[in-house]
Design a protein around this ligand. Structure first.
Ligand code: GRG
Length: 292
């Protein structure tokens, strides 16, 4: 019950923040409309919640990380819009709605993604200026940029494309997902620790994030195999269509479930060291048991 109350509180904070990002006058109202369509479509908000919850648990001020967490969700939403494009996975359903390019056309969807990515850095720079160039904000911004960029999420996406139709090992799958999915999850957790400035716990937070990052992707693969589009709110089966290796295709369903459980169990050991209130541990269990 306490977990649900805190989840609702954090989700509302994230929704409110995201809902206010694109309210001003913009020269091109149409692109803002298309950005807001995807940004406020109601994702789970896993990454901003991780950033805020970890900052809070480590004694940081929630108000100081809200802007940073919104920037991370902008980057995540851009990656989903671009990942759904015909040139990428060519998916038609996301967050329970037709994908951005289906509604607004491919060119607009590319620009909406570009707009969100740029806006994320505008937000991060605004936070740095507002906080008088404090090192912790600069470090958080640098880490987020690195994890989202060509040494992080983009590198993972490139590997994903290059691995299509190839036979790859479980180790290679780990490597790809540690970048494609894991890097932004790591940046979210570490942003919380950096803004709270709890240097002695950086390693603990990083290890926690690595375990939940990989567990998150294994569950994603399992849901893509066992779930349905209505519950998931997104297209399924494109990995199969594109002949991509997944944890389920390489290891089978039962072994994949066990592997996700193992990583969650490991993550829980670290969650307890980060957050004595128990929220992060409950959130870790929620990520393991999620149905969408
Ligand atoms: C520049 C073309 C171009 C690509 C950018 C698209 C991209 C790089 C990378 C893809 C990253 C990606 C889509 C990774 C998948 C991660 C993943 C499991 C996403 C689903 O996240 P959830 O479940 O989604 O948190 P919600 O909708 O709840 O936010």
């Amino acid at each position: 019950m306490e977990f649900q109350r805190k989840m609702t509180e954090l989700q509302s904070l994230v929704e409110k923040t995201l809902g206010h990002l694109f309210l001003n006058e913009y020269p091109s109202a149409s692109i803002v409309h298309s950005i807001n369509y995807s940004l406020t479509a109601g994702g789970k908000r896993v990454r901003p919640i991780l950033a805020i919850a970890i900052c809070d648990a480590l004694g940081g001020d929630i108000n100081e990380i809200v802007g940073v967490s919104a920037a991370i969700e902008c980057i995540h939403t851009y990656s989903l819009i671009h990942d759904d494009l015909p040139a990428m996975d060519n998916d038609c359903l996301r967050r329970g709605k037709p994908t951005n390019h289906v509604v607004f056309g491919e060119a607009n969807a590319i620009l909406a993604g570009d707009g969100l990515l740029n806006f994320a850095y505008e937000l991060l720079l605004q936070e740095i200026i507002r906080n008088k160039f404090e090192t912790r904000f600069v470090k958080a911004a640098e880490l987020i940029a690195t994890c989202a960029g060509i040494n992080g999420m983009i590198a993972g996406q490139v590997m994903d494309m290059e691995n299509e139709t190839k036979k790859i090992s479980v180790d290679e799958l780990y490597k790809m997902h540690s970048m494609k999915t894991g890097a932004l999850i790591k940046a979210s957790c570490m942003a919380g620790a950096l803004i709270a400035e709890r240097e002695e716990l950086y390693q603990t937070v990083e290890t926690y994030s690595e375990h939940i990052g990989i567990a998150f992707q294994i569950i994603d693969d399992i849901l893509d195999y066992t779930g349905n589009e209505i519950t998931l709110g997104k297209s399924i089966g494109s990995d199969r269509e594109n002949q991509k290796a997944t944890f389920v295709t390489l290891l089978g369903l039962e072994e994949s479930k066990q592997l996700a459980q193992n990583h969650s169990t490991e993550a829980l050991k670290y969650a307890e060291k980060i957050d004595h209130s128990g929220f992060l541990a409950d959130f870790t269990r929620y990520l393991l048991n999620r149905q969408n």
